[in-house]
Ligand binder design. Sequence first.
Ligand SMILES: Nc1ncnc2c1ncn2[C@@H]1O[C@H](COP(=O)(O)OP(=O)(O)OP(=O)(O)O)[C@@H](O)[C@H]1O
Ligand SMILES: O=P(O)(O)OC[C@H]1O[C@H](OP(=O)(O)OP(=O)(O)O)[C@H](O)[C@@H]1O
Ligand SMILES: [Mg+2]
Length: 285
Amino acid sequence: MKTLKIAIQKSGRLNEKSVELLKNCGLNFENYKSSLIAPVSNFPLEILFLRDDDIPEYVQDGIADLGIVGENVIEETEVQVKYLQELGFGKCSLKLAITNNSEITDLSGLNGKSIATSYPVILGKFLQKNGISSDIRTISGSVEIAPGLGLSDAICDIVSTGGTLKSNGLKPFADVMSSQAILIGREGIEQDDLVQELIQRIQSVLDAKDKKYVVMNAPKDSLPGILELLPGIKSPSVVPLAEEGWVAVHTVIEERDFWTKISQLRKLGAQGILVMPIEKICGRP
Ligand SMILES: Nc1ncnc2c1ncn2[C@@H]1O[C@H](COP(=O)(O)OP(=O)(O)OP(=O)(O)O)[C@@H](O)[C@H]1O
Ligand SMILES: O=P(O)(O)OC[C@H]1O[C@H](OP(=O)(O)OP(=O)(O)O)[C@H](O)[C@@H]1O
Ligand SMILES: [Mg+2]
């Protein structure tokens, strides 16, 4: 039987969440990074631990069948790979930023100025699209210190909380792209049965994220109001209780709706409301 290979980041921002996702898919493997390759004992899969910059090309060239990497890195490497699934972590933006005291007020102010970045391809395309001609200075890291050192007038780098910009006396100025971790595959690999199974497992973990299983007892009379509040995945299950005139309602709600819905349910007479985490939701309609 053939064995698939998936490349994930060896260490850094995406490593922990990538490992967690694969483990939540029921895959058993040792996270022993020193060997850089870990066999999965209960699925025909090997995990390769790589620098994130190398992952898109490894996948394009078929050295790995699949990879988990930031959209920013995929776009920068300009590879031909298939986007199989957005993974919802590693969310960040690529932004242009200028010093707090900069005289630049709009994009055209970047004409003739220098911009330091680790993303020359993405930035180059963005500037061209906007008809701006700047001097792109490519550096491999610590981009935020470039203006302070007199290396550039502006920067283009990854921003999440904005803390790094702030502590280097910079302010965001324009959005270049937003990014998150993506499951990519080499062209055509999505037809493979094992890949389809893995994608389904990943989707069932992602679908369960941010959702709760809720069970409550309620007077039968308040059911119409309760059902209106709780659409559920298809519709809630309603089970009669031994006590006449009462039912148990089972359903799934979004974590973000939790507190508002619970207080409304209580007003409708719901009691003994149990809220439980969900590990996986399988069988997308
Ligand atoms: N502050 C952040 N918040 C959220 N996601 C981020 C943040 N910084 C980076 N990312 C995402 O995580 C990816 C990996 O970031 P990291 O800083 O670990 O990269 P790296 O230093 O290039 O790692 P490597 O050693 O693998 O080359 C980035 O390409 C981006 O998609
Ligand atoms: O907006 P913030 O929340 O401050 O995040 C942005 C910073 O995060 C990333 O660096 P990271 O901390 O991963 O270090 P690295 O550049 O050395 O990889 C990125 O390169 C920014 O510098
Ligand atoms: Mg890197």
